[in-house]
Design a protein around this ligand. Structure first.
Ligand code: 6PG
Length: 249
């Protein structure tokens, strides 16, 4: 696994760089390409860019889109990660519904929703997640100020599950305080490439901890446990990096 860090002037430029990676994946012709997207505020710009790119990049409609996590709410709830991506990307891009694999957050109890997504991924990839088995092509993740990613929160049992693709996660340390379904670190680590797209000065401290040489204390942080097969990319804006830009979109 290689690790690269790129610092862009702002989140718009960082998002454009990640959009280019998704488009590059869409150009790959050998079979269905799978991409995992996350929720929260950060990816909103990226989703809008992908919607606009779909007008000239029809291959984007062939991507299989999965979710890193989902809140235990219906898809039309303002807190739904699917709802955000649908409003900003899938609907404007006329993404075929069968290419979008949402987590059914409305399914109660949340453990049933997790079991359903886990079973879907076992079928998709032919078994449990493993470092040398099949997995995702690309995962675009965020990170919280506490070092969580997806809905894997520090100290939570979900952050230690290694033999499943998806598990239920109790309300985390960041709003909204509702139960969630999350991909496990083992599932995220099946990706060939993982991109952490991070913006804002409120993330500067956690980015510094996660990028510290050796990441000695990083092992306690769920975001530090995600180890893709090939490439780990940190795509930051200057505020999150606390540094001058090193790249231009
Ligand atoms: C979620 C996200 C979560 C997010 C981080 C960062 O469901 O909330 O998947 O993991 O990526 O919390 O969120 P922001 O982008 O809003 O800072």
């Amino acid at each position: 696994m290689t690790r690269e860090v790129a610092v862009y002037p702002d989140l718009a430029a960082a998002s454009a760089a990640v959009a280019a990676l998704v488009v590059e994946l869409a150009h790959a012709t050998d079979g269905d390409r799978t991409v995992v997207i996350s929720g929260g505020r950060t990816p909103a710009t990226l989703f809008g860019l992908l919607a606009r790119a779909s007008a000239t990049e029809p291959g984007l409609r062939d991507l299989e889109v999965y979710f890193s996590d989902e809140r235990a709410v219906p898809p039309d709830d303002p807190q739904s990660n699917f709802g955000l991506a649908d409003r900003l990307w899938f609907a404007p891009a006329a993404m075929p519904p069968e290419r979008v694999h949402r987590i059914r957050g409305e399914l109660a109890p949340v453990d049933a929703a997790a079991a359903e997504y886990d079973a879907q991924l076992v079928r998709r990839f032919g078994g449990r997640p493993s470092p040398d088995g099949p997995g995702f092509d690309l995962a675009v993740l965020g990170v919280g100020p506490d070092g969580h990613t997806a809905s894997l929160f520090p100290g939570a049992a979900a952050a230690r599950v290694a033999d499943r693709w998806a598990v239920a996660s109790p309300p985390g340390t960041v709003p909204p305080p509702i139960p969630r379904v999350t991909l496990t670190s083992a599932a995220l680590s099946t990706a060939r490439t993982v991109v952490f797209l991070v913006g804002g000065a409120d993330k500067r401290a956690i980015v510094r901890r996660l990028l510290a040489p050796g990441g000695a204390d990083g092992t306690a942080l769920p975001a530090a446990t995600v180890r893709p097969r090939e490439r780990l990319l940190w795509v930051l804006d200057a505020d999150a990096a606390g540094a001058e830009p090193t790249a231009r979109a």
